[in-house]
Ligand binder design. Sequence first.
Ligand SMILES: Cc1cc2nc3c(=O)[nH]c(=O)nc-3n(C[C@H](O)[C@H](O)[C@H](O)COP(=O)(O)O)c2cc1C
Length: 380
Amino acid sequence: MEALFQPLTIRGTRLANRVVMAPMSRYQCPGGVPSAEVAAYYRRRAAAGVGLIITEGVGIDHPQAVDHPGVPRLHGEAALAGWRIVVDGVHAAGGAIWAQLWHQGPMWNVEYAGDTSGTHRLALRPSGIWGPADGIISIPHEARSRAATPTRPMTDGEIQDVIDAYARSALQARELGFDGIAVHGAHGYLIDSFLWRYTNRRLDRWGGDAGRRAAFGAAVIRAIRAAVGTEVPIALRLSQFKMQDYTARIADTPDELAALLAPLAEAGVDVFDGSQRFFDSPLFAGSILNLAGWCRTLTGRLAMTVGGVGFGKGRGLAKHIDDSQAVDDNLPLVIERFGRGEFDLVGVGRALLNDPEWLLKARAGQPFKPFDPENLKRLT
Ligand SMILES: Cc1cc2nc3c(=O)[nH]c(=O)nc-3n(C[C@H](O)[C@H](O)[C@H](O)COP(=O)(O)O)c2cc1C
């Protein structure tokens, strides 16, 4: 366990240990503004020793970035004032906090149940395609059928506008005092929909083989790097699975993944965050390495693993997940694999929602709070 308590310096940020609160949307920022309650929620985890907090997805400064009114934004005076209190609170408690920048792309106004007016047709998609008609998903059937209607592919101008919006919001985050930028490039949202060959059929410079499908993500990272300078760490979250299809993949082989990662690493990613449901699921046959492990091996950059740490069962996640083999008491395995150098950081999601003092208790060998599904909804 003590191995996880080694500090780590990434560019200008020092993390006290290797345990990261994973980004988790709470939808409790009315009007996009984080309240005092939200600040207390993050501060509590920092005070309980979590080395790095990655915020819930925060809407970048673009009209089609995020739909739900309870998702926090990174623009507008009230939202910025709210974030300043969050950041100062985490720092006062001795923690570090990175903002997760989010653009929902094809998922905009699809899942958000309030919308039946057809505005999802304005959602940004690389090739106008939302996803396969028969993917395994957990969003309601009618929402999927609405989304399935093809839309107009993004124009070059729209692509550039989004890149500029990422850069603006990253600069804003730096000015607010965030210690780093975490870019959401996973789960079928905008950046991922460029990486995924199913949704990216473009024949211009934004599409083609794996390297070309990474061009948009790389342009976003370059723009953020130019905006925030060399002292601010940048993480990029990637995943095989998508909200549009849990069985989807962005890379079928290590070579394809290497081609996808190279332009992203080159553009300035410091940490690859490999999002999986279960950290111990191998990414490719023939190796136990997971997505984080492969990212680290193929790029030499830092990597963060996540998925079922301390909370192996699929509680509160999509219903179809087969967690029959999963165990909650998996910290010894996490530590063993960390010790082998497979990853540098360990993301913890639901376990930290259920019990803010999860890390202190794990270190001291004390029992955790019993699981209560309400804790996944409350800002406690
Ligand atoms: C309530 C909830 C909200 C989430 N919201 C986000 C999000 O905003 N951005 C993101 O990248 N992942 C999000 N995730 C995924 C988590 O970051 C994490 O990868 C996932 O929960 C697996 O980790 P765990 O098993 O430790 O919970 C969310 C997960 C949960 C449970």
